[in-house]
Design a protein around this ligand. Structure first.
Ligand code: PAF
Length: 288
């Protein structure tokens, strides 16, 4: 398991692998790895011959006032966790390796529309930071596939869109969300929850699951479902940013068969996001 900090050395290693006919997967992370990240790496190992994990806390995706300075940098622990799964290479660049011209005035990747709704509306500029750094990482590593968690569903769609629009030759794979037994989606930011809040936090997943079940059972008053869930969660102490049933493919108004119910909410100091994908059945064709 090599550790590399420079793009030049990274490229040379990946070029050798490709010349040997090996396929390469990239798992981009910001470190502070948890079981959800390790699941991505395990999945990557099934899908490609060689696996690169990047660890880079990307400053441009943090909005003013967010936790960039205090975001946990736990490289030693991260490397130890990865040691159990053994990806082939860990890429740990410094900021000036990723942003050689500095953070201001550099070329940016903007994904219109998708970047300004839901999380994008509450974190203006966040998805431009994500799209820019992911484009850079894809260009640096040049993997055949790249894996991302389904938990950040809007991020996954942003990345799929940029890859398509910029003709980047990589397959983007979304990997199922890993949850605690309570249903709470694993996230680095769960550490901001105290014990009591952690128990309440599971209600978010339960509310989304309830909506998913209702939609699958044929309930079609989506606004009512959303409003009921918001009311219930607010009573439990959540501050809801959004909770919405949308098309899974583009987050547009729910007209398609495949939907997603997605939400962001604050509980204490933690901003939680979660989603569930729903396959709506055609009339008279109920799922098993
Ligand atoms: O999901 C994350 O951890 C980050 O947004 C990513 C994709 C690694 C880009 O910095």
């Amino acid at each position: 398991m090599q550790q590399i900090t420079k793009v030049k050395a990274l490229r040379s290693c990946v070029r050798d692998w490709h010349q040997q006919g090996q396929s390469v997967a990239l798992v981009p992370t910001m470190g502070n790895l948890h079981v959800g990240h390790l699941q991505l790496v395990k999945q990557a190992k099934k899908l490609a011959n060689k696996v690169v994990v990047s660890i880079f806390v990307n400053p441009t995706q943090f909005v003013a006032g967010e936790d960039f300075d205090t975001y946990p940098r736990t490289i030693k622990d991260d490397v130890a966790h990865l040691g159990d799964i053994e990806p082939d290479l860990i890429f740990i660049p410094e900021i000036d390796e990723v942003y050689p011209a500095g953070l201001e005035g550099e070329t940016q990747v903007i994904v219109p529309e998708l970047d300004s709704i839901f999380c994008g509306a509450f974190r203006p500029g966040h998805f431009t930071g994500v799209a820019t750094v992911v484009s850079k990482l894809l260009n640096m590593v040049q993997p055949d596939i790249a894996l991302f968690g389904n938990k950040d569903y809007q991020q996954l769609l942003v990345i799929k869109r940029l890859v398509k629009d910029l003709c980047i030759p990589v397959e983007i794979v979304g990997v199922e969300t890993v949850r605690e037994e309570s249903g709470l989606a694993l996230s680095s930011r769960n550490r901001y929850l105290n014990q009591q809040e952690k128990m309440v936090a599971a209600e978010l997943h339960q509310a989304l699951s309830g909506i998913a079940e209702a939609v699958k059972a044929g309930v079609d008053d989506y606004q009512q479902l959303e409003a009921n869930a918001v009311k219930h969660l607010e009573k439990k102490g959540f501050k809801i940013e959004y909770l919405s049933i949308r098309n899974a493919s583009n987050l547009g108004e729910p007209t398609e068969e495949e939907l997603v119910v997605l939400a962001a909410a604050w509980l204490g100091k933690a901003r939680l996001i979660d989603n569930i994908q729903i396959k709506r059945c055609r009339e008279g064709n109920f799922p098993p």
